[in-house]
Design a protein around this ligand. Structure first.
Ligand SMILES: N[C@@H](CCC(=O)N[C@@H](CS)C(=O)NCC(=O)O)C(=O)O
Length: 334
């Protein structure tokens, strides 16, 4: 929270100009044994997201790939927000129909009346009490894979298989630092030196990822894992937002052949591309970040029809869902 009570989403710029992300989360976990007071229980929890947000997008994808739609319902906030953060303005009367609230802030304050940090998505809310359980997005998606197994659909893929966890964790750590958060570090840099450093760090890592993905279809092993989901939600925002708005402009994604084909392959895989709403994505960043885009003008481009062009990544082998199956077509999200 900023000094004026404005939610900052846990972001601030240090005196030297470096962007810093507040990584203190509500770390309560929903587990099979309920050790934090919140046992896995179908129908009890509601996942609050915005389709604009890359961190929330991961949860939307993982929930869908694992077939947890009936076990965990979803509240979808609109793409933009004001100083008090996310609102349920897509719902007919501006209220989430299950939680009965207009703002996600209400669920945070129900748990912690003086909650001092950003009101962020994704968050999981305990429906009976209306309280936020967790906003720890990284742990949340791993827990959907490992704690909610009893409610996975038949044919759900293994997104965090035990034998690959160490490697997935390693890749996730560098992808978070240099790419997922790296684009923000470029966009919110408060000095030339901080921007230069962030830019090189981002593109060096993208080069590294491009090399890694030249001979293999997915980041770890031969199936889609949590690591691919995390990289995908940043890549899909690259050309419409990060290239311009965040000045990540050495190349567009569509000018980096390997990463571009990799991203298109994932985009065209059921459960990934069908969660993407480019309009929400663009409106969120360009309208909300008035500090770096004061007029709030949303660019009309780029032309995004290129996402559906052939990628030829299947020639590398790989089995997107391993021994599992793709998710069924879904009801479109709001
Ligand atoms: N809380 C996480 C990720 C979630 C996050 O930053 N979500 C953004 C949207 S992409 C948000 O909810 N911002 C709310 C705000 O700025 O008020 C973090 O900051 O590392």
């Amino acid at each position: 929270m900023g000094e004026d009570g404005k939610s900052t989403g846990g972001k601030y710029v240090e005196p030297g100009g470096d962007f810093n992300r507040d990584q203190n989360y509500i770390t309560t976990r929903i587990t099979v044994d309920g050790r934090d007071g919140y046992p896995v229980e179908p129908g009890r929890y509601r996942l609050a997201v915005s389709r604009a947000c890359p961190w929330a997008n991961r949860l939307i994808i993982v929930r869908r790939l694992l077939g947890l739609e009936d076990a965990i319902s979803m509240a979808v906030a609109g793409p933009t927000h004001d100083a008090r953060s996310w609102t349920f303005d897509l719902d007919p009367d501006g209220r989430d129909p299950v939680l009965g609230i207009e703002r996600l802030q209400e669920a945070y304050f129900a748990r912690y009346p003086d909650y001092p940090r950003g009101i962020t998505v994704p968050a999981i809310v305990d429906v009976p009490t209306g309280q936020v359980v967790t906003n720890d997005y990284a742990q949340m998606s791993l827990d959907l894979s490992t704690e909610w197994t009893a409610y996975h659909r038949a044919g759900a893929p293994q997104l965090y298989p035990e034998h690959l966890r160490a490697e997935i964790d390693k890749v996730n750590a560098v992808v978070f630092a240099d790419v997922n958060n790296g684009v923000y570090r470029c966009g919110f840099a408060g000095s030339q030196a901080a921007y230069d450093k962030a830019y090189h760090r981002l593109f060096d890592r993208l080069d590294w990822l491009g090399e890694r993905l030249t001979g293999q279809r997915y980041l770890v092993g031969d199936t889609i894992t949590e690591a691919d989901v995390r990289l995908f939600t940043t890549l899909v925002r690259f050309d419409p937002v990060y290239h311009g708005h965040f000045k990540c402009n050495r190349q567009k994604l569509s000018e980096m052949p390997v990463l571009w084909a990799y991203a298109r392959d994932l985009f065209q895989t059921p459960g990934l591309g069908d969660t993407i709403d480019f309009d929400h994505i663009k409106r969120h960043y360009y309208e909300v970040h008035r500090d770096i885009n004061p007029a709030g003008v949303v660019p009309l481009g780029p032309d995004l029809s290129n996402w559906l062009t052939p990628h030829d990544r299947d020639t590398l082998g790989g089995r997107p869902f391993g021994d599992g199956t793709p998710p069924a077509p879904h009801t479109p999200l709001p």
